[in-house]
Design a protein around this ligand. Structure first.
Ligand code: GAL
Length: 658
């Protein structure tokens, strides 16, 4: 039997595979065999299909049409491709929505999010959940033992298009049950949420609505409970499919494709039910769509910011127990959905592919095989143009396949820095930002970026992770601190950096009785007695860095580690623990991370602008994201297995010890 990858061999001993997302239902059957032949010719060995095909699999209620899918799978398999088969539950067909109109989600204004695109369902709707399980069961019965099928993908991009939060009746009813389970007694809920404030007390669980359509902001504890509930709904929805697939297709990996910079549900919880965490990598679309500076958006327009892809590689590796992960969709050219959609610099598709390998991916699968001339994504590149002529991405994928064959397996991943991230951190900072743009996800990204500019390797881990083997643990912004983390930190012999807002809330969204950093006072003796957010330009300048956006005032016996020119303390130090009392803006984050890395005894290499380093096994992999050639620092000596010391734009080098 095929497997998803060859990572059933000892970890990191198998070469990464390449694949492509393919939609046989979009193309004449006569074209399938030639498509499959060309895929294999380009060095691809996996093909991901089926995730949007419900209307063709089941054209009418209960009438399945397997013929075309049987033949498509057989053709792909005959060419030598292993199939990753998607459950089609992201695109329920019209007949289903018509029979069950209340299955759609409602937005916060109460408007239905109707049929005509995709993801038109509410995670809480019991009827739709049953339908999703039914179609999954039918597919798994048909293909669960098919030798072509190497893995299953559940649904597609949970939460895409803002679909985790639904304000439907089903969600409201489910939320009430969830609350009753969690609190037992409504008086306990009132107490936990502080509902006496503004007379928000409830007499029963049945009286509690969803936190939308309120006059001003709803109680943050109410909002957080709703976020937790909604996240649990995603986990439960996914798990129902996973259970069917495990029953009917044992031994095959189950994967899902997560998104970029997306935190609406707890990916650690969903990941716990998966074998492989997949994610969809669109570096140029993400750069244009998210909060990067205008200067970065221009400088990296055709490459993507050098930390975008790597950040997610290192994040999703921490989302399954096994650490197995893959890129299930890789941008192959211009996309259609950002505000601006430039073409990648020649070489970037290859660079992104090889970088995923260096971070330990099992598979990179390009999205999509051929650009589709109709419907929503007409301007989205594929590896082929709509007329089947090769697009630039195809040659780069083929080159990457040759590079991978020459390089062999990536080698064991290093352990040096653990960066702690939790999804509820981003919910808390989103619900109560206290200042524009101060979200935990971006604090994590800034700290990550600073570490990577020092040439360090980072694992992004949940707060429950074991910290053995790391030299440095960075907690960029973690309002709710689980006891397990405090215990792990107390035993951790390495350096620790605690960032702003950490330990600042209880699990019920209240200030801790002892004031922030709450539980973290066990490792860092301080009280945060006042916080302020700072408008752009309101800064306390230090030596090459500044306190900007956010500042905490501490009462502490710790020593000042970084002091601004006007005497304001940006960072405190107590033994091996640093407390960053300001937002991790790039220059300040650089300074703090450099100090912590030095004290941790880590080998650092100052990266020239745009260059990034990733170690695996005994190799150093270098990636040039800048539009100009860069010189790899002389502090990284060795033999070049790939590339040269002067690396051109989009260049990749692999260096081994002499
Ligand atoms: C992803 C999605 C794909 C496709 C792609 C376009 O979000 O999973 O189906 O729409 O974006 O870039």
């Amino acid at each position: 039997m095929h497997t998803f990858s060859d990572h059933t061999m000892p970890p990191a001993a198998a070469p990464m595979r390449l694949g492509v997302c393919y939609y046989p239902e979009h193309w004449p059957e006569a074209q399938w065999a030639e498509d499959a032949r060309r895929m294999v010719e380009a060095g691809l060995s996996r093909v991901r299909i089926g995730e949007f095909a419900w209307s063709r699999i089941e054209p009418e209620p209960g009438r399945y049409d397997w013929g075309w899918l049987d033949r498509a799978i057989a053709v792909l398999h005959a060419a030598g491709l292993g199939v990753i088969l998607g459950t089609p539950t992201a695109t329920p067909p019209k007949w289903l929505v018509d029979t069950m109109p209340d299955m759609v989600a409602l937005d916060a204004m109460g408007h239905p999010r109707g049929f005509g695109s995709r993801r038109h369902y509410c995670f809480s709707h019991a009827g739709y959940r049953a339908e999703a399980v039914r179609v999954t069961r039918a597919l798994a019965q048909r293909y669960g033992q098919n030798p072509a099928v190497v893995a299953w993908q559940t649904d597609n991009e949970y939460g895409c298009h803002d679909t985790v939060l639904s304000y439907s009746d089903a969600a409201r009813d489910g939320f009430r049950v969830w609350l009753a389970d969690r609190y037992g007694d409504v008086a306990a809920l009132n107490q936990a949420w502080g509902n006496v404030f503004w007379s928000m007390e409830y007499g029963s669980f049945g009286a509690i609505d969803l936190p939308n359509l309120t006059v001003t902001e709803a109680n943050p504890a109410h909002q957080l409970a709703f976020r937790r509930f909604a996240s649990d709904q995603v986990t439960v929805f996914n798990r129902a499919q996973v259970e069917v697939l495990r029953e009917l297709s044992p031994g095959r990996d189950v994967v899902h494709n997560f998104m970029g910079f997306f935190t609406e549900f707890d990916h650690h919880a969903v990941g716990a039910d998966l074998d492989v965490a997949g994610w969809d990598s669109y570096p140029l679309g993400f750069l244009d769509s998210f909060r990067f500076s205008e200067a970065d958006k221009l400088a990296y327009a055709r490459q993507g910011h050098p930390d975008i892809a790597a950040f997610h590689h290192d994040l999703y590796r921490g989302c399954t127990r096994s650490g197995r992960w893959a890129v299930l969709e890789q941008q192959p050219g211009p996309v259609n959905w950002a505000r601006h959609n430039p073409a990648p610099l020649p070489g970037m598709v290859r660079l992104w592919t090889l970088e995923a390998m260096a971070h330990g991916a099992e598979l990179v699968s390009y999205f999509r095989w051929r650009q589709f001339p109709k419907a929503q994504e007409q301007h989205h590149a594929g590896l082929l143009r709509p007329d089947s002529v090769a697009a630039p991405g195809l040659g780069e994928a083929a080159q990457a396949a040759r590079d991978l064959a020459a390089l062999g397996p990536a080698g064991a991943p290093p352990r040096s820095v653990a960066l702690v991230f939790a999804y509820d951190a981003d919910w808390v900072t989103g619900i109560q930002p206290q200042g524009a743009g101060l979200a935990a996800l971006w604090a994590a990204f800034e700290c990550y970026s600073a570490l990577r500019r020092l040439g360090l390797d980072v694992d992004i881990v949940p707060p429950t992770a074991a910290l053995d083997g790391y030299a440095l643990c960075v907690i960029p912004c973690l309002p709710i601190v689980p006891e397990a983390l405090v215990t792990a930190l107390a035993d951790f012999p390495g350096q620790i950096v605690i960032g702003p807002r950490s330990g600042s809330r209880t699990i019920e969204f209240a200030l801790p009785e002892t004031l922030p950093p709450g539980r973290l006072q066990q490792v860092f003796p301080a009280q945060v007695v006042r916080v302020e957010s700072l408008r752009p330009g309101l800064e306390h300048r230090g030596d090459g860095w500044a306190i900007a956006r956010w500042l905490e005032h501490l009462e502490t016996a710790a020593a000042a580690d970084l002091i601004a020119d006007d005497g304001t303390v940006a960072c405190w130090q107590h033994g091996r623990v640093r407390y960053l009392a300001a937002w991790p803006e790039p220059a300040l984050a650089n300074e703090v991370m450099a100090r912590a890395a030095r004290d941790a005894g880590l080998e650092v290499h100052a990266m020239p602008e745009g260059l990034r380093l990733r170690r695996a096994g005994n190799r150093a992999h270098l990636f040039n994201y800048s539009v100009a050639p860069v010189d790899i620092p002389a502090s990284l000596p060795g033999r070049f297995v790939l590339g040269t010391r002067r690396l051109g734009p989009a260049g990749v080098a692999v260096v081994e010890p002499d």
